[in-house]
Design a protein around this ligand. Structure first.
Ligand code: PAF
Length: 290
């Protein structure tokens, strides 16, 4: 495995490896969710690249940029053991050279970026898709792998790639959960033991929504309330939002009929200072992207 810290060095290394190349973009603090993306890339691609870059542009001023975990040595061990060939690990000056902030190129998201995380974390998706567009330009992968835990991010990236006609396939990969249902996240390390116990409320709430759907409920607001009730009933859990949405546009739904494939429930909730997100399909199977 080679670790490259500059764009020039990465491009030189990339020129020597066989294709197809799969990219797993990360901010490090790797867990089994990231490693499942690597395995998926490994199964399909001759070369697997991973980027490790804690992207300041996607953190708001009151968010956790400075305390975001950065266990680089462990990340590199895990990446190598899981079959990554090339790691791109730039510093901030390499990704955002002087003048970048005032350049004409930040990618401004609309459509599916406007609600939910977009509303609660102003500027977040602009930071995400600007860095993702830049990473895709540097790495030129055939396929880039993203986890479905950040469902809205996945839709926003898909739209950005389609709108800018970037020649890459975006592969969404299933959420990896702890045995008790908690979705894996680099932020789970911030939870106290008590918060960790209460954090299962997110996946329990999603299961309650799904059960209500399976029992015949089709009104989106009734499903939304069934999900929210589990969060509100759990001590120390404060929902930021609960939404039942079209899986592609992220627009709220009114009714879920047979014609709505994979209507999605989205949750963001705070446990003390820790903010977690989770989501699940409520109806039907997963939506198709053909
Ligand atoms: O999902 C993440 O870890 C980040 O948002 C990403 C896609 C690596 C961009 O910084």
């Amino acid at each position: 495995m080679r670790v490259l810290e500059t764009i020039a060095a990465f491009r030189a290394a990339r020129a020597e490896v066989p294709g197809p190349l799969g990219l797993v973009p990360t901010m490090g603090a790797l867990h089994e969710g990231h490693l499942s993306l690597v395995r998926r890339a490994r199964a399909a691609c001759a070369t697997v690249a991973m980027s490790i870059f804690v992207n300041p542009a996607q953190f708001g001023p009151s968010e956790d940029l400075s305390r975001y975990p950065r266990p680089l040595a462990r990340d590199l061990e895990l990446a190598e053991a899981t079959g990554v060939d090339l790691v791109f690990h730039p510093d901030v000056a390499e990704m955002y050279p002087p003048g970048f902030a005032t350049a004409v190129v930040p990618v401004v998201p609309g459509g599916p970026a406007q609600r939910w995380e977009g509303e609660h974390r102003p500027g977040h998706f602009q930071g995400v898709i600007t860095v993702v567009a830049r990473l895709l330009g540097i790495v030129s992968p055939q396929t880039a792998y993203f986890g479905e835990k950040d469902w809205q991010q996945l839709q926003v990236v898909r739209r950005m790639v389609a709108d800018l006609a970037i020649p890459v396939e975006i592969a969404g990969c299933p959420i990896v959960r702890e045995p008790d249902g908690l979705a894996l996240s680099s932020r789970n390390v911030y939870l106290s033991p008590e918060q960790r116990r209460h954090a299962t409320a997110l996946s329990r709430a999603l299961r309650a929504g799904r059960a209500r759907y399976e029992a015949g409920e089709r009104e989106a607001e009734a499903l939304r309330r069934a999900i929210e009730a589990v969060l509100l009933d759990t001590p120390g859990v404060r929902p930021d939002y609960v939404a039942v949405v079209d899986p592609h546009s992220l627009e709220p739904l009114t009714r879920l009929e047979g014609a709505t494939p994979g209507a999605r429930a989205l949750i963001a909730a705070r446990l003390g200072g820790v903010r977690l997100i989770d989501n699940a399909a409520l109806s039907g199977g997963e939506p198709s992207y053909s």
